[in-house]
Design a protein around this ligand. Structure first.
Ligand code: BJ8
Length: 427
């Protein structure tokens, strides 16, 4: 982690300094072991290393400086919250990471133990006072996706300024009407929060900003599929994770530079692993910072991840907002339609996801799929069974993993993943 002293800022944010220091120490060690120990990393990853090293330092200072200038900070947990609107209201949107089990004990006092690790993490981070992002938020936006989240938000609202968007669970015309009304309600809420009116000009600009970031990530996803594989799955996951925190314009520029470097590498036919190393698609629940356990296990088992079918992956970058409308209402419709394409397991039915995974597995020419569900996540655990069946029909092997954020099952995961990689390697 960074070397500057931000203690005064963290104290001002009411963080529990000893607990927060402990968290940063663990995070730093993790990062060294999982990221910095990799060989043949791209020079462009130094930017991501820097951002991560300053994730609780410089970036928080930027947010505090923006607040001092009158800007508002909006925290989110789900890719359904349209950042285009937040930016158009001249506010800053950040993802609240929820990828570590620090604070679980405190969380289990107010939400059931058999809740997924992601939910326990955001509740725990707040109760243990270890997340400077949560403490910086002027508004925390939740959404009615899974039951675990929507019930936890009721409790969470006692601790943070909370607002909940209603996300439909189906995609019929009446569901679209509901979703459009919710987008308009969010627009009004942002207007009240910031005092800024969302105009057509502002929205047009912010749609382009967010689309540009998606385009850069799409480019990265196309390039990483090359043979030999030019970048590790761990590094691409990190890029996706940081996309939720960093300034979008600065981030897009850095990722495009990283892509230039990858193109160069591809031209020289340089890869990070040999051509015969099994290529895997990782699919399922989102992996928030610092949830790097499974990719680390996979890539430590002589396999390489070439795609993430997840919200911290292609589910968040696949679709762009149509940039052609010029009226405010036309843009709102475009946002509404783009977000309704998200194939979250909370929808029923959710056939698009089955089609998207199969198409991705074929396009990326993978040797297998690892499906990852967080323990107690009903939507993704249910879909894992369906996906396995469909992939089997397409002769694509799949391994289903259910885990959480603890390291208790590390050895068991290594054994299971190792056996799967060996099996697909010998096909
Ligand atoms: S659009 S995937 S970011 S809801 S893992 S909390 S589903 S019990 S995270 Fe998600 Fe939005 Fe969907 Fe994406 Fe519930 Fe499952 Fe926990 Fe989950």
């Amino acid at each position: 982690m960074g070397t500057s002293d931000y203690t005064a800022m963290w104290k001002k944010l009411s963080l529990d300094i000893p607990a927060h220091t402990g968290l940063l120490e663990v995070l730093g060690k993790f990062y060294n072991d999982i990221y910095l120990s990799q060989e043949g990393r791209l020079k462009g990853m130094e930017y991501l290393d820097f951002v991560l090293s300053e994730v609780h330092g410089l970036r928080i200072k930027e947010l505090q400086d923006a607040k001092a200038d009158g800007k508002k900070i909006v925290g989110t947990f789900c890719v359904f919250v349209p950042e285009e609107l937040t930016l158009a209201a001249d506010a800053i949107q950040v993802g609240l990471c929820s990828g570590a089990d620090a604070g679980t004990e405190a969380a289990e006092k107010i939400i059931p133990r058999n809740t997924c690790a992601l939910i326990k993490s955001f509740v725990g981070f707040k109760l243990a006072r270890i997340c400077p992002y949560t403490e910086s938020c002027d508004l925390v936006v939740g959404e009615t996706t899974c039951d675990g989240k929507k019930k936890a938000y009721e409790t969470f609202a006692e601790h943070v300024p909370m607002y909940v968007m209603e996300v439909p669970q189906q995609k019929n015309a009446c569901d679209r009407d509901l979703w459009k009304a919710e987008i308009l309600r969010f627009k009004t809420k942002l207007g009240t929060l910031t005092g800024n009116e969302i105009t057509a000009d502002r929205l047009k600009k912010s749609i382009k900003t967010v689309n540009d970031r998606r385009r850069a990530l799409q480019r990265l996803n196309r390039l990483r599929a090359a043979v030999p594989v030019p970048i590790s799955g761990r590094d691409v996951l990190l890029v996706n994770q940081i996309s939720f925190y960093d300034d979008p314009i600065r981030f897009t520029k850095s990722i495009n530079q990283l892509c230039d470097e990858i193109e160069n590498r591809i031209q020289k036919k340089q890869g990070i692993v040999k051509n015969d190393v099994p290529r895997l698609l990782l699919s399922g629940c989102p992996m928030a910072v610092p949830n790097w356990k499974l990719p680390f296990v996979i890539e430590g088992s002589n396999a390489v991840v070439v795609g993430e079918e997840s919200c911290i992956g292609t589910r968040n970058t696949r679709d762009l907002v149509d940039e052609s409308p010029d009226t405010l209402d036309g843009m709102i419709d475009a946002i509404c339609d783009r977000y309704l394409k998200i194939d979250c397991a909370c929808f029923t039915p959710n056939t698009e996801r089955m089609e998207n995974i199969t198409a991705m597995a074929k396009e990326l020419n993978v040797d297998g799929v690892i499906h990852y569900s967080l323990m107690f996540c009903q939507p993704y655990a249910n879909e894992a069974l369906k996906i396995e069946k469909i992939l089997k029909k397409n002769e694509i092997p799949m391994l289903s993993i259910e885990t959480d954020y603890s390291m208790d099952d590390l050895e068991q995961l290594k054994t299971r993943v190792g056996a799967f990689v060996e099996m697909i390697g010998s096909r």
